[in-house]
Design a binder for this molecule. Structure first.
Ligand code: NAD
Length: 370
């Protein structure tokens, strides 16, 4: 097969396939084309790609010759004409949000695989870009908080006095939240965490965090590990209990998401007013409406003396390792799609069926057919 790596549009800094993947695919007999400079923002030069076996080309040539085209961000509208039946496109498309775009792409005939739709089942863990990118976000959120906090994270006993450790509260103990807990603990903070899924208590405690318990949460084990909407009564109780933790925290990291819905507001303006001056909130749900009132995606704002960092695209701030992880996820999906380096589109396979959005001129992604 001929695989083509495109340069991402700004502000994306990651690259979809890492040179390590290029080596594996070329060794298996595939040809890899890469757009000039595609890896530069991830500190991966054209020379490194050439050494790995890729051919450096102009963007138009990559589009023309590649059978499988890789770009993390959606392809721009003016390039849709370059897509056609028989070509494959692999990226992150959020099909349930971008419904109209899916119709348009289906009409081009392209076969689209959206990496964010990988089913969250054990067999697909090695392909799960939502998890790998959440790992990056959780880690980086803590570093950003530490860099913006006017206080230390660890406890210090110095000749100039004793400094108490920072108190960190992580709201939402999914993949990003657990990584944030682990990172904040490594930096020496005292960490509390809260989630509406009581089953994560054990995971929080195994990382050295204290789980904030709010009795009465509804957890749906059939929701694939995701949170479900809670009753108004529970939300009220949760808000009261969380407020106690929020106002004594130096740092609050929010990661709470409910699939297909706007992110729940968990840190209100009234709570910000009661927080310590200089405290930092990092809102990873900023792009979905935000967990913190007043947060703005991709901006740092100050509200009532609290610094609020809204950022839902932290993987782009660590492009080298984020690219390596994304690329490994893609490589593992391709192991399924290519058998003996020939295309093997087996729609009986739950992963292929669950990730393929358009094929043969139509939308084939079940959640969009309902
Ligand atoms: P996510 O990004 O959708 O949500 C982040 C966290 O926010 C979740 O833990 C959720 O319970 C929590 N949350 C939602 N509303 C909240 C509220 N009001 N208050 C507090 N917390 C709230 O989730 P995610 O991190 O991508 O994944 C969640 C879970 O899914 C994982 O912890 C894991 O159990 C499971 N999972 C399984 C696989 C797999 O088997 N392949 C892969 C990834 C994740």
């Amino acid at each position: 097969m001929i695989l083509g790596i495109l340069k991402e549009p700004s502000p994306e800094t990651r690259v979809s396939l890492h040179p390590e993947a290029v080596k594996v695919f070329t060794a298996a007999g595939n040809k890899i084309l890469i757009e000039k400079g595609a890896g530069s923002t991830a500190f991966l030069s054209d020379e490194v790609y050439s050494e790995a076996g890729a051919e450096v080309k102009e963007r138009t040539e990559v589009f023309k010759d590649a059978e499988m085209v890789f770009q993390i961000s959606p392809i721009a509208a003016e390039e849709h004409q370059l897509l056609s039946k028989g070509k494959f496109l692999i990226g992150v498309y959020q099909p349930l949000v971008a419904r109209e775009l899916m119709q348009t792409l289906a009409k081009t005939g392209v076969t689209l695989f959206s990496m964010d739709s990988i089913p969250r089942i054990t067999r697909a863990q090695s392909m799960d870009v939502l998890s790998s990118m959440s790992t990056v976000s959780g880690y980086k959120a803590v570093l950003l908080a530490a860099a913006n906090l006017p206080r230390f994270f660890p406890m210090l006993m110095t000749a100039a006095g004793t400094i108490a450790p920072a108190k960190v509260l992580v709201i939402g103990a999914g993949v990003a939240g657990l990584q944030a807990i682990a990172t904040a603990k490594r930096l020496g903070a005292v960490v509390e965490a809260f989630d509406t899924r009581p089953s994560v208590k054990e995971q929080v405690e195994s990382l050295g965090g204290k789980f904030v318990e709010v009795p009465g949460a509804v957890e749906d084990k059939s929701a694939g590990g995701y949170a479900v909407e809670q009753s108004e009564e529970y939300k009220q109780k949760q808000s009261e209990m969380l407020e106690k933790s929020i106002v004594k925290s130096d740092v609050v990291i929010t990661t709470a998401l409910i699939p297909g819905r706007k992110a729940p507001v968990l840190v209100t303006h009234a709570m910000l007013e009661k927080m310590k001056s200089g405290a930092v909130v990092v809102d990873l749900a900023a792009a979905n409406g935000g967990n913190c009132e007043g947060s703005v995606n991709n901006e740092i704002v100050s509200v009532e003396g609290v610094t609020i960092i809204g950022n839902s695209s932290l993987p782009a701030s660590m492009p080298e390792d984020a690219s390596k992880m994304y690329s490994k996820n893609v490589q593992n999906l391709l192991k399924l799609l290519l058998k003996d380096d020939k295309l093997n589109l087996n729609f009986e396979d739950e992963i292929i069926k669950g990730t393929c959005i358009t094929h043969d001129g139509a939308i084939v992604y079940e959640p969009l057919l309902k």
